[in-house]
Design a protein around this ligand. Sequence first.
Ligand code: NDP
Length: 343
Amino acid sequence: TKVLLTGGSGFIAAHILEQLLAKGHSVVTTVRSEDKAAKLREAHPAEAASGALTVAIVPDIAQPDAFDEVVKTPGLEVVLHTASPFHFRYTDPKELLDPAIIGTTSILRAIARSAPTVRRVVVTSSFAAILNEALIDSPATTFSEASWNPVTLADVARNPQVAYRASKTLAEQAAWAFVRDPANAVRFDLVTVNPPMVFGPVVHYLASLDGVNTSNARVADCLAGKWRAEVPPTGAAILWVDVRDVAAAHVKAGLEVAEAGGKRLFVTAGWFSNAEMASVVRRHFPEDAERLPTKETKGGEIPGEEERFRFDNEATRKLLGIEWRSFEESIVDTARSLKKVGA
Ligand code: NDP
């Protein structure tokens, strides 16, 4: 199958690329710079030579015509759109919102106009588009594939987390609205993959400690000794999933599970806390003991079961049939991969 994967240099996308190539699919992937394109080609010389891997440069996905050319690649059947900013280094929230929202609508519009062979588009959304901050502390809340974050543009000024959640929510809403609008005459179906916090090993040929992705940064911080005095708060969105399972979910949703069409997939392995993360790292990396929190170090606990929201992702689990990796395996593999690049 011929697949277009956007943002191929990203933490999650790099795993999707690995899995697609391992399964023998042809991949066209987009990155922002020639430097990253070269790294991808060098890591996959055989596929780059045979044409199974093509890397295209799309410098700015916030441009409405960003994807107009690359979607014209002959014979594309599936598009996996993962590129979207997940960081808090911005001065204006538009730096998150525009690539997220315009990036999503522009790729859908380009496909609808110029890529008649595409049968399915998978958009990487987020648990950020499912949760509702006002209900997060209540055991009466159950978040599922049917839940929507009520955040609006008016909320983005509140804080960077809210701005990021808005970028994902509004981008996903725009995607569903686009495919449902008869004026767009779409001939493909849409699937969204909605992961919470994603941990897991970084793909080595792209990895650097400076460039560690946002969700893994807390593992890097723990290894760097920043949690020695106190484990930081876990945050509100206390669900997680391993990156290899998120990548597998994209591959299944895009290429293998026909019934996924039209669905939101809530991919999560369950609860986690920074306290548990600290304890896994401490148990597995005794050689780093003097930098790590001890058993007595306080912080990072999550509310007890009676003070947290519930979640229900049975529909997704049944549809995809993925056995989620354990938190321990995920964190140990993350830490090992970060130590290889100097953590
Ligand atoms: P990364 O930061 O590693 O990847 C983000 C990707 O988007 C990179 O390929 C990046 O390119 C690209 N990108 C970001 N901004 C722009 C822009 N303005 N123009 C062009 N490309 C851009 O993060 P993840 O792999 O974690 O994120 C991938 C997707 O998964 C995103 O949609 C994110 O919202 C979603 N997600 C991530 C979660 C997590 O915990 N990691 C949880 C839920 C959803 P470059 O490599 O050049 O920076």
